[in-house]
Design a binder for this molecule. Structure first.
Ligand code: ZN
Length: 268
């Protein structure tokens, strides 16, 4: 029986294939871009319908300015999906943000207290967009399907890919499910998102050096009784600060080039 299940997985991988992340890591992909975009759009609609969208015009304008600067400077190969990106601020005290396939970005009001300026906010939005560019959501959905196939057989799982019963799974895999069922990104995925995000925020003309104080602020905010959700699902700030410091000399010329091309964002 076990052998049969492994054969199913092998077959699926052969059909759907492995892809390569922007940093050269091979990824299991059982879900297509169109399916992921549909899941992202549905998840975002669900979040908006829960009534926590902030009506603070100033906060929405500030976050939209930073997000648009980043998405407007994405190279064609990273511009996933089509049409404009939708950006919303959500009334939530946790220092968190997310980006979804289908061109959706959400920022919690709590993050605006931790990210002290536009460059620090760009660090987080760049990181979240980095997860989308590297298809980490699709990778998590694929891993979940592979696990379910191993447990239940392929027929049951593949027949249910688009059914409502898998919607909770999709939202969890996208990182926006109900509390407690959010699947964590792996350390490897986090590091990829950090490095891609740093390059993308620099390409928009933001200061990559501000990524270090951002993560120090995050660390300080986590000293309280209730650490920000963003940190509880993300790796050790000290490690990521070290990795970012190593990358800044590569990102700085990208920012210099952006400034020469007239990309000098002044948000908020
Ligand atoms: Zn992340």
């Amino acid at each position: 029986m076990q052998t049969t299940r492994i054969r199913w997985i092998t077959l699926l991988v052969a059909i759907a294939g492995c892809q390569t992340s922007p940093l050269g890591r091979s990824q299991l992909m059982l879900v297509g871009d169109a399916e992921m975009e549909k899941m992202g759009v549905e998840a975002f609609e669900q979040l908006k319908s829960e009534g926590k969208v902030s009506s603070d015009a100033q906060a929405n304008a500030y976050v939209t300015c930073v997000a648009n600067a980043i998405t407007g400077a994405l190279p064609a190969k990273d511009a996933t999906g089509s049409g404009p990106w939708e950006v919303r601020v959500f009334q939530d005290d946790t220092a968190n943000a997310f980006a979804l396939p289908g061109r959706k970005i959400g920022v919690h009001t709590g993050l605006l207290k931790v990210a002290k300026n536009q460059h620090q906010l760009a660090t987080v939005i760049g990181h979240e967009v980095g997860h989308v560019i590297a298809k980490h959501g699709a990778e998590r959905v694929s891993d979940q399907f592979a696990t379910q196939i191993a447990a239940q057989g392929a027929g049951a799982v593949l027949g249910a890919v688009t059914s409502p019963t898998t919607q909770g799974l999709a939202m969890a895999a996208l990182g926006v499910g109900a509390q407690g069922v959010v699947l964590k990104f792996s350390r490897t995925q986090e590091s990829e998102a950090d490095l891609i995000g740093l390059d993308r925020m620099a390409a928009a003309g933001f200061d990559p050096r501000e990524s270090v104080p951002l993560w120090k602020n995050m660390e300080a905010a986590s000293q309280g009784a209730r650490p920000p959700e963003f940190l509880s699902t993300h790796p050790n700030p000290a490690t990521r600060i070290q990795d970012l410091q190593k990358r800044i000399p590569d990102a700085q010329p990208i920012a210099d080039q952006a400034h020469k091309q007239g990309r000098n964002p002044h948000c908020g």
